[in-house]
Design a protein around this ligand. Structure first.
Ligand code: ZN
Length: 68
């Protein structure tokens, strides 16, 4: 299967790198708030940029707060 975030061929739903960023985001925003997001796919490009080091988890969370 492919990583849901970056499309990289992978054994799990998310590859290790995207999973790491995703877990960090969920830890910071909290499971409850995370699960309240209907469609988190708009965050995926930001996660890809975070993997590349172009964004921080903080940047993503700030962007998410704007969305609310
Ligand atoms: Zn990935």
């Amino acid at each position: 299967m492919q990583c849901t975030v970056c499309g990289e061929e992978n054994e799990n739903e998310y590859c290790d790198e995207c999973d790491k960023i995703l877990k960090e985001i969920i830890k910071r925003v909290g499971e409850e708030r995370w699960s309240a997001i209907d469609d988190s796919s708009y965050i995926y490009p930001m996660i890809q940029r975070a993997v590349k080091g172009e964004l921080t988890v903080n940047d993503i969370i700030n962007a998410m707060e704007v969305e609310d």
